[in-house]
Design a protein around this ligand. Structure first.
Ligand SMILES: [Zn+2]
Ligand SMILES: [Zn+2]
Length: 459
């Protein structure tokens, strides 16, 4: 093994490591692995390549092996020690708990036993209580008694530190103890806590359920935006939205009253962090006639906050764009009482995958806006981006309130969504063919008139 002060080796090591890390981030673990192994060989006292190798596999035994190698390379590296400790406990079948400095669960998370047995019963008559959007507390449907929920604004403690050793995801506690049903049609899984009945899939409206006996490790939600409106208000919002628009048929406002409307909490991941991206280029400090090209380089930073990634596969991105924004500063620390009587869909996009899409989104944004960020007034050429560093990555598992509905108009099916926090409506609106034709006609006629006018005037 050549000594590490050899500058050629240093350079090769850096290149291999950067390429390997890039491939991991892009989700291409097969490309990443040989690069990282090579990097580890070139610099035997650095734990970094081994740490990244542990992120290239889901197999705990393999992860353990990589982390052992990381430990051998650098026994003082705290990330390695934490990763190993968490992984050993996970492999021993115990719940992964916080390490203080590492992945910290919310301080007010209730103990496991109490949570699993919690039933929301009226203290006065023993009837079932459900969460009431108008009063933001639990309401007994039988005697009308209100019971307060001690809501906490989600402090920073709800933010989970995102280590790149992703297998250290915090284990399940509350979520797994609930009744979870899978929709036979769309595959979405829904938590039905005590006090609600499983009628239709909140996501697609199907009636067929499959019980899921498979237990999979599932995170508890960290934060939630509780529903702010009842069904009647959501319908009213849809009615107003349907009535808008120049090409809307006149006979559709009644649809809001008859459409099939379903509430549910939808799973989202949010990410915070900082991206540092290196860049280099050549700048002309001479002039056009006698150019003098000098190299320039530097680092751009992007701080991102509450970057929202859907936790459901096939969740239509357009829907999110249309009903956005949510006031994410109003999130509360999750408590099961908010779900009393309201179904919640569970995530089927893993944290690691969501984190990759978040990183991809931020990287794309920075690349796209790189030139204006550099603020170089002279001519430049050969602009390149290089190494990327992520720091302070934290994530939250967030539940957002949505109403979704479907209605039929003249034999066609339409879907509509309502933001359960703000009442903003998004979806497809039927169009009146006659009105569309009339507008097209008017526009064409105006264009023809303008053309005719221009023609006469220029003659
Ligand atoms: Zn009661
Ligand atoms: Zn479904």
């Amino acid at each position: 093994m050549p000594p590490f002060d050899n500058s050629d080796t240093t350079e090769r090591y850096r290149r291999m490591l950067a390429a390997g890390i890039g491939a991991v981030k892009a989700g291409d673990v097969d490309t990443a692995r040989p690069l990282l192994l090579k990097a580890a060989q070139l610099h035997p006292t650095d734990a970094t390549p081994w740490l990244w190798l542990s992120a290239t596999t889901q197999d705990p035994a393999k992860q353990h092996e990589y982390l052992e190698n990381a430990f051998a390379a650098d026994p003082n590296n705290s990330a390695v020690r934490r990763g190993l400790a968490l992984l050993s406990r996970k492999m021993a079948g115990e719940t992964v708990l916080d390490e203080g400095s590492g992945i910290a669960p919310a301080k007010d998370a209730p103990p496991q036993e109490a949570e699993a047995l919690q039933v929301f019963l009226c203290p006065r008559c023993g009837g079932t209580q459900v969460f009431n959007p108008a009063s933001q507390d639990l309401l007994c449907a039988h005697c009308g008694t209100h019971t307060a929920i001690e809501g906490h604004p989600a402090a920073d403690q709800a933010e989970q530190v995102m280590d790149f050793v992703l297998p250290t995801e915090r284990g399940h506690r509350w979520a797994e103890a609930q009744t979870i049903l899978r929709c036979e049609r769309c595959g979405a899984e829904t938590i039905f806590p005590t006090g609600s009945t499983a009628e239709t899939c909140p996501y697609c409206g199907a009636h067929q359920w499959l019980a899921t006996d498979e237990t999979r490790a599932m995170l508890d939600p960290h934060v939630i935006i509780p529903f702010q409106m009842e069904e009647a208000e959501a319908r009213r919002a849809i009615g107003e939205w349907l009535a808008q628009g120049w090409t809307t048929p006149d006979d559709i406002t009644h649809l809001a009253r008859t459409l099939d409307l379903r509430p549910a909490y939808y799973p989202f991941w949010t990410f915070d962090g900082t991206l540092e991206m290196q860049w280099s280029c050549e700048v002309n400090i001479g002039n056009n006639k006698a150019p003098v090209w000098v190299p320039r380089s530097g680092v751009v930073h992007e701080l991102f906050d509450d970057l929202l990634i859907p936790g459901l596969k096939d969740f239509p991105r357009k829907v999110l764009e249309r009903i956005a924004p949510f006031d994410l500063k109003a999130v509360l620390a999750f408590q099961p009482a908010y779900l009393a009587g309201w179904p919640a869909l569970t995530y089927n996009i893993a944290l690691s995958d969501a984190s990759l899409s978040a990183r991809r989104q931020v990287t794309r944004l920075v690349r796209r806006t790189l030139e204006p960020r550099l603020n170089i007034t002279q001519d430049k050429r050969n602009l390149r981006t290089g190494g990327i560093t992520w720091s302070d990555m934290t994530f939250k598992y967030l539940l957002l309130p949505l109403w979704s509905g479907t209605f039929r108009y003249r034999g066609k099916s339409y879907s509509v969504w309502v933001n359960g926090q703000t009442g903003k409506v998004g979806g497809q609106r039927p169009r009146d063919r006659l009105k569309v034709a009339a507008w097209v006609g008017i526009i064409l006629l105006s264009l023809a008139l303008i053309a005719l006018l221009a023609f006469t005037l220029t003659r």
